[in-house]
Design a protein around this ligand. Structure first.
Ligand SMILES: [Mn+2]
Length: 466
């Protein structure tokens, strides 16, 4: 049984965190640059505003935390911190609060003998898996809830979707489920159970959404003429409308057709995963205009991620804290520019010969593609490649190291392969770092290790994929 309630020990830590905030006059927040981190920062910042606590917020990448100076009464680290030496420069009057769901370096009692207050709230200290049951935004929500601000629960839901916490079952589980329940009770979220997993359910015509189906290369993948023909053949009249406006009957027809196509395309041992691939819960934010991308958790989280990848986190922060008008124009501009950059990159990579296929993997050299978007590009290119193998993109970082991003079909994760763990091992053997989700992960290695990495990775996964 997966617990949907905070363990007692965690609740006690939240009480202590509350005391720490109450006694602090100046507060600094460091949070991560992805959707989860930005959502976490938005919850904390809203909470501190309501408490009339002056605070600063900074969006950072993990490596920045190796040498962080502590200059405020309290420094809060959200969606990061557990794996970094954040208290290197701590003094008796600089207190620390960490709210993170990544593997912790320090144990639960670490703060006991320190001259400063050190509170770390991490589900992994309490036997709760941090990849599926609660993420950075959720951990910050529980702090806000301690003060009675249950209205911020919808941001907790957004963070969980952005963090792909639902990737194993298509549903929010564990502590995420209780955050969802708060959001439903508070009237901010409508749960659509067992919807079809197609991205763009509010803003993309369904014939376009279907053409982006990329977990398996189907005849309709990247082919809108084919998606239109398929939708005609099964009698879906609303093919120009987004998925969210289709009738139950039309959704059923699309589901059946996809099952039929996938059953033909997949080896027998993968057929069991088809329902899981196609079906999952969706989440409407009911306080937003129902035709806006802001009203779908998945589309909203993509826009927030786009901000992070283009160093425009403050725009997303503003939106999450309720700004509209000019800020919404900015968000739309960032999203649009992001899409253009992605399309250009995909066109370049998609040109013949740029994707090299080995026995167990396929890879491309990203050239001058920004390191921030190479993972997204890899995911989108997957639809043009062999879905049975992961795709890996390489780009140079500013300090002349190599950034590696991997994406793969969800089917490989369902079959039990965790590329996040594999890429960490292979990168570490070469003196680098790495990690992430089973279907989306990455690593940093020194540039002269590229060939070795490719070879080692190809060997390491030999026999895993059939
Ligand atoms: Mn996270």
């Amino acid at each position: 049984m997966i617990t949907t309630e905070l363990p007692k020990e965690m609740s006690e830590l939240y009480k202590k965190a509350q005391e720490l905030i109450d006694k602090s006059r100046t507060i600094k927040i460091y949070t991560h640059i992805d959707c989860d981190g930005i959502s976490a920062g938005a919850i904390l910042s809203t909470l501190l505003d309501r408490l009339n606590k002056p605070h600063e917020i900074e969006f950072v990448n993990l490596d920045v935390l190796d040498n962080v100076k502590l200059e405020h009464d309290l420094t809060i680290f959200s969606d990061l911190g557990s794996g970094q030496p954040v208290d290197k420069y701590a003094t008796p009057d600089t207190n620390i609060l960490v709210l993170d769901h990544h593997p912790p370096l320090r144990n639960l009692n670490y703060g006991d003998d320190k001259l400063y207050d050190y509170i770390e709230i991490n589900p992994l200290h309490h036997g709760i898996e941090g990849s599926y049951y609660v993420c950075g935004g959720g951990l910050c929500y529980f702090l806000a809830k301690e003060y009675g601000y249950k209205d911020l629960s919808w941001i907790g839901v957004l963070s969980a979707i952005g963090d792909m916490q639902n990737s194993r079952t298509g549903k929010l589980e564990g502590l995420n489920k209780s955050i969802l329940q708060d959001a439903i009770d508070e009237g901010y979220v409508k749960l659509i159970e067992n919807d079809i997993n197609l991205y763009g359910r509010k803003t993309r015509p369904v014939f376009v959404a279907l053409s982006y189906f990329s977990d398996v290369n189907l005849p309709l993948t990247n082919n809108q003429n084919e998606t239109l023909a398929v939708l005609d053949s099964i009698g879906v009249k609303n093919k120009d409308k987004p998925l969210s406006l289709l009738t139950h009957d039309e959704k059923g027809k699309i589901f059946n057709k996809l099952v039929e196509m996938l059953s033909k395309a997949l080896p027998p041992n993968y057929v069991q995963y088809i329902p899981k691939l196609l079906i999952g819960d969706s989440y409407d934010f009911t306080h937003e205009d129902s035709a806006s991308f802001l009203s779908d958790a998945s589309e909203f989280s993509s826009a927030v991620n786009a901000c992070g990848r283009n160093k425009e986190e403050k725009v997303a922060l503003g939106i999450l804290k309720g700004d509209r008008g000019e800020t919404l124009d900015l968000l739309e501009a960032v999203s649009k520019e992001h899409k253009i950059n992605l399309a250009k990159a995909i066109e370049k990579i998609g040109e013949n010969g740029n994707i090299i296929e080995l026995d167990n993997l396929q890879y491309f050299d990203g050239g001058d593609i920004k390191p921030e978007i190479v993972g997204t590009v890899a995911g989108m290119v997957l639809g043009y490649c062999n879905w049975k193998k992961p795709i890996i993109g390489f780009t140079k970082t500013d300090d002349n190291n190599l950034k590696i991003s991997l994406r793969c079909s969800k089917l490989l994760a369902y079959a039990g392969i965790h590329f996040g763990n594999i890429i960490r091992e292979v990168a570490q053997e070469l003196g680098g770092t790495g990690g992430g989700h089973s279907v989306a992960c990455g690593a940093y290695i020194s540039a002269d290790k590229k060939e070795e990495f490719i070879q080692n990775f190809n060997e390491r996964i030999d026999g895993l994929i059939d």
